[in-house]
Write a protein that binds this ligand. Structure first.
Ligand SMILES: [Zn+2]
Length: 111
């Protein structure tokens, strides 16, 4: 029967260790280790838990982004800064000197 075991994997470079490490010896990153359950197979190799391996790394070139519907604020310059307007469900924080007429809005107030 397969035996479950826990290993620690560096989130930065993938270095594996049987115990948690504060600093990765491979890439020198601090606090980058996370716990991963693995199962020992009959041939002695360890396979990661199905849940943790379900998500596979994807090249950025092959990621398809969806074009969000943008709602115009009615202020041309603000729309330009926001990339065409406010995205529904998003929150925009404006900053500036006192008295320069900052506005607050969330997209649920727009049509
Ligand atoms: Zn590392």
């Amino acid at each position: 029967m397969a035996k479950a075991k826990t290993i620690f994997v560096c989130n930065s470079c993938g270095y594996e260790s049987p115990k948690w490490l504060g600093k990765c010896p491979a890439c020198n990153e601090w606090n980058s280790f996370y716990e991963e359950k693995v199962v020992k197979e009959k041939d002695g190799t360890f396979l990661a838990d199905k849940k943790t391996r379900a998500a596979k790394p994807t090249s950025l070139n092959s990621v398809e982004g969806k074009e969000a519907v943008r709602i115009s604020t009615g202020i041309g310059e603000l729309d330009r800064v926001l990339g065409g307007g406010i995205v529904k469900g998003s929150l925009v924080l404006l900053g500036g000197e006192p008295g320069i007429r900052k506005i607050y809005t969330d997209s649920s107030n727009l049509q």
